[in-house]
Design a protein around this ligand. Structure first.
Ligand code: FES
Length: 357
């Protein structure tokens, strides 16, 4: 069944009526059989109408993609850009992550919270502003930063400048952001996020990197710091093998070497075993076999090292000689913890004291 043939439930039908063409366009961007990958832009598309992902929005996405509502809900509740309740016309995000916080991001947030009378993820009574704490907004060089509907609105923000910004937004007065595009409404922004061109004039804006972004380069130039042999005009070739491909050769060489080493070691062992077998045969030719003589020399050596191994102490009275400590700390620990000698942990003398009673 194609998306256009879906029979929508009463919950999904109103959104289908408005969004079906765009939804089909989004789904068509994905290969056959992979339509569920369209869920992320579809959720943004739903937000162009409702401003958030409502139960009806969840039903619409599930039905058009042929997946269940739990699957849609799992995605919609995972990402903070999908709002779960009605959101204001302007989403004001204040970065309170490490760098912004150090430079006053929390003060900016607190001041806005007080002036607007709302907390995190709450909307003013007039429905104009939703305030939120944000994690790093990828503009640390301009910290602290404030975005409005995901566009950079205030660089190196101060509480006063932030209040001026929200007052203008509430009053409907024009606000020119420090950089980037002209501020639009949150629903208009969702059109771009769903992957459609925003036809408004100045909807998309960009500019040259600003002074704070270029600060490192500027300092390097001022101090004559350069990477030796670096040529900024080096073309970026697309034919360079990927690291995985480059590593393929290296891995093959390592494997080849390791295989050779293992084979050589195995051949040596085989040679040794054969030599021993020949020696034993010539030594014992014509002699009666004595018990133990047929043992491998390595087994014999092991037995000499640990003569009690074949006759374990059954009385529990045998004295075990602990290994010599290898450093002063170990020696101190050993002297403070006499081995119990009865299978109990070192230092456990309970049995001895019980017996003494
Ligand atoms: S910490 Fe605020 S933009 Fe990175």
């Amino acid at each position: 069944m194609t998306a256009t043939q879906v029979e929508f439930s009463p919950a999904a039908a109103p959104l289908a009526e408005k969004l079906l063409d765009q939804a089909n366009e989004i789904i068509a961007r994905y290969p056959e059989g992979r339509s569920r990958s369209a869920l992320l832009p579809l959720l943004h598309l739903v937000q162009t109408v409702e401003g958030h992902v409502s139960p009806n929005g969840v039903a619409f996405c599930a039905e058009i993609l042929g997946i269940n509502k739990a699957q849609v809900g799992a995605v919609a509740t995972f990402y903070t850009m999908y709002k779960r309740r009605p959101t204001g016309e302007y989403l004001v995000s204040v970065c309170t992550n490490t760098l912004c916080n150090t430079l006053g991001g929390q003060e900016v947030y607190d001041q806005l919270s007080e002036v607007l009378g709302v907390g995190h993820d709450e909307t003013t009574a007039d429905g104009r502003i939703t305030l939120e704490h944000a994690e790093c907004l990828a503009a640390c060089d301009y910290a602290p930063v404030v975005t409005v509907n995901y566009d950079f609105a205030l660089d190196e923000a101060t509480p006063e400048a932030a209040v001026g910004l929200v007052e203008k937004l509430r009053d409907g007065r024009p606000y020119t952001p420090a950089r980037g595009a002209r501020i639009c409404s949150l629903k208009e922004m969702q059109i771009q996020l769903a992957g459609f061109a925003d036809p408004r004039e100045g909807a998309v804006g960009d500019g040259r990197a600003g002074a704070p972004t270029l600060r490192g380069v500027t300092l390097a130039q001022q101090h004559g710091i350069a990477v030796p042999d670096f040529n900024p005009d080096t073309p970026i070739t697309k034919t360079k093998p990927s690291p995985r491909e480059e590593n393929k050769g290296k891995v093959a060489t390592v494997v080849e070497k390791a295989t050779g080493a293992v084979k050589a070691a195995a051949a040596k062992v085989e040679e040794k075993v054969e030599a021993r077998r020949t020696a034993k045969t010539s030594e014992k030719a014509g002699e009666p076999t004595k018990p133990g003589d047929a043992k491998d020399p390595e087994v014999r050596t092991a037995e000499q090292r640990n003569p009690d191994a074949s006759s374990p102490d059954k009385t529990g009275d045998a004295k075990v000689t602990p290994p010599a400590p290898s450093n002063p700390a170990e020696a101190a620990g050993a002297s403070a913890n006499e081995p119990a000698g009865d299978g109990k942990p070192a230092g456990d003398t309970a049995r001895g004291s019980e017996e003494a009673k």
